[in-house]
Write a protein that binds this ligand. Sequence first.
Ligand SMILES: C[S@@+](CC[C@H](N)C(=O)[O-])C[C@H]1O[C@@H](n2cnc3c(N)ncnc32)[C@H](O)[C@@H]1O
Length: 279
Amino acid sequence: MSKATTTVRDGSSPAAAEYLLGSSCAERERLLAQCELLRPASASLLDTIPLPPIARVLDLGCGPLGILDLLSERVGPAGSVTGLDTDHRMIGWARESVTELALGNVEVRHQALPPPAAAEARYDLAHCRLLLINTTRPRRILNSMAASVRAGGWVAVQEFDWATWQCDPPHPAWSRLKDLLAGVFGGDVHIGARLPGLVREAGLTDIRTSAHAYYWQPGDRYQTLLLSFARLFRDRLLRHTTLTSEELDSLTSTLHNHLGQPHTTVRESLLVQVRARKR
Ligand SMILES: C[S@@+](CC[C@H](N)C(=O)[O-])C[C@H]1O[C@@H](n2cnc3c(N)ncnc32)[C@H](O)[C@@H]1O
């Protein structure tokens, strides 16, 4: 086993259990669609990171694709991209993506990053997207990412901040459901706002922060994402809040009607990007 990674045993990893959105086919499809949506923003982040001609890079929590394809273009044919994920179904799907897209310089592994003390500083860039928002251990993950890059190498992170996630016209059902979901989501839904401070705490320098915003109209798939999350988290909402199932049904149906009005616009969570360098 490589020193730089820690094998995850199927079904036994607390880290694997942590991703509460699960690894259903619907989640795979949602993540792949999101890869398309976020592709230009992710490419613009990579534009700010000078990599050597033959680069070694990591996409942590790559899911069914992550930014493996974008990284593949940038490391050069002799470079290498490693995708890691703690969910074995995600890794199976990532392998399918690698084959379909003929990404010859990409390998994916069902593994977690080791703790900082056990890391081998081998990568020119360690990246993660929408990983920290789903975890209760963002500092530990960032420390491991920082430890896994060589001196002079880069860490890049992209995470949402739910603060900007609003509908217009506003509606109390939106605010109530969003607040309830934030409480059961599993990670800090405002982690995007904390990224510059978190990477600084991880000992990184030369920090550059940027952000991207998206707006949705009725008919756009992401306009109703809050309702999709309410369906996915239904059991947790009923278990961990005072909502009864009738109240939850009434809340979601009221919001469904509001979002279906011809002029209801949704402003998406802010996608915050940070890139920083290891001394
Ligand atoms: C929201 S998905 C994002 C996938 C991908 N980065 C993207 O942007 O499309 C989060 C992924 O992180 C994985 N994950 C969660 N905790 C992890 C950890 N500690 N180490 C590696 N992967 C993890 C999950 O299995 C899931 O595939």
